[in-house]
Design a protein around this ligand. Structure first.
Ligand SMILES: [Cu+2]
Length: 139
């Protein structure tokens, strides 16, 4: 009995040892634009854990390469900047929106249709991963 209780306590303690997960809402991407290789996806990523979550990479089954980009004003011009990592503090939400943070999709599958679901995988600093799905929307 005592051993069982110790084991249960161990199991209950496990989740805090796991990588913090994000709550991901409203994930979507723009319908591919004919003649353009690239696309962008958006979502809101909420960190409800007690640790800072550090995203170090992202991939998608709909694109050859995916990067986290941000729009920044540089010398009066709006430019896209690749963020090699994105930190989300406890309780904070990273909002990906047109004109701001976005998942940049290089060589986006041109066959995607409105309403289709696309898979994304986030990679974190500790080597863990989290998947989410985004829906293709008409522009
Ligand atoms: Cu971009």
């Amino acid at each position: 009995m005592r051993a069982w209780i110790v084991l249960m306590a161990g199991l209950l303690a496990l989740p805090s040892a796991f990588a913090a997960e994000l709550t991901i809402n409203n994930a979507w991407l723009k319908q591919p634009i004919p003649g353009s290789d690239n696309g962008a996806a958006y979502a809101s990523l909420h960190n409800d854990s007690e640790q800072t979550v550090v995203i170090t990479g992202v991939s998608s089954n709909a694109a050859e390469r995916t990067e986290i980009h941000e729009h920044q004003m540089q010398q009066g011009m709006m430019k896209m900047v690749h963020l090699p990592e994105l930190r989300i503090a406890p309780g904070e939400t990273a909002s990906f929106n047109p004109g701001g943070l976005h998942f940049m999709l290089f060589k986006l599958n041109p066959q995607l249709r409105v309403g289709e679901q696309v898979n994304f995988t986030l990679r974190f600093e500790d080597g863990s991963e989290q998947q989410f799905q985004a829906r293709v929307k008409a522009i």
